[in-house]
Design a protein around this ligand. Structure first.
Ligand SMILES: [Ca+2]
Ligand SMILES: [Ca+2]
Ligand SMILES: [Ca+2]
Length: 212
């Protein structure tokens, strides 16, 4: 019974570790024709349309800890650039709904596995620190207002410095910035006008006097 409760708590903690269950996870790869693959980036984003592809020779397979397949989809891989022609290397990306049960990701080219990655902690390592590829959408380690490259727009009294505009919690900060910019601009404009006024009023009489 103890084991069952502990297991249940573990599952609940894993599921709740995704701040917004239903966020999308985007993967970007560099793929070479000789089947050399490198993961360039992995990023959690607000949920939108999944970007996968049908009928490709390349596919990704996501499995859970027990090896059960959770996702098996084709991805678009094109070794060509418009106006240039065919290339040896390309960048491919796909987006799919994040799943806290993901454990492993394999990329297949036809029947061969050309890439494997343990992704169990890729989007959240549950260490209480907002680090690595974690952000507000993927991990409770990054609560609202975190320095995670994501403007979360939560109105919760925490200013998210990732927001250039829009987080009302930063209003005081915006006002300070605006005031500072306005002050500097005003000083520059005032100085330029002063110099122009000096040129217009003082220099012509000076030349007139010299001619006489
Ligand atoms: Ca972390
Ligand atoms: Ca942020
Ligand atoms: Ca906020």
């Amino acid at each position: 019974m103890k084991i069952s409760i502990l297991s249940l708590l573990f599952i609940v903690s894993i599921i709740s570790s995704f701040s917004v269950y239903g966020a999308d996870c985007e993967f970007t790869f560099s793929i070479v024709k000789n089947d050399s693959v490198k993961l360039l980036n992995a990023l959690a984003l607000p949920h939108a349309e999944s970007v996968l592809s049908e009928g490709s020779a390349y596919r990704v397979v996501f499995t859970d800890q027990s090896g059960k397949i959770l996702l098996n989809e084709s991805i678009l891989v094109v070794f060509a650039i418009a106006d240039i022609g065919s290339t040896e290397k390309t960048v491919s990306y796909f987006t799919t709904e994040c799943n806290p049960n993901w454990n492993d990701m394999d990329m297949y080219h036809d029947a061969s596995i050309i890439y494997h990655q343990d992704i169990s902690h890729l989007f959240c390592d549950y260490n209480g620190v907002c680090d690595g590829k974690e952000n507000y959408y993927s991990c409770k380690d990054c609560p609202s207002g975190s320095n995670d490259g994501i403007c979360d727009l939560e109105q919760d009294g925490k200013c998210d410095l990732d927001c250039t505009l829009g987080d009302r919690d930063c209003r005081t900060l915006y006002n300070l910035r605006v005031t500072r910019i306005f002050s500097v601009k005003s000083l520059i404009v005032f100085a330029v006008l002063l110099v122009l006024l000096f040129i217009v009023t003082m220099i012509p009489p000076y030349f007139l006097k010299r001619r006489r």
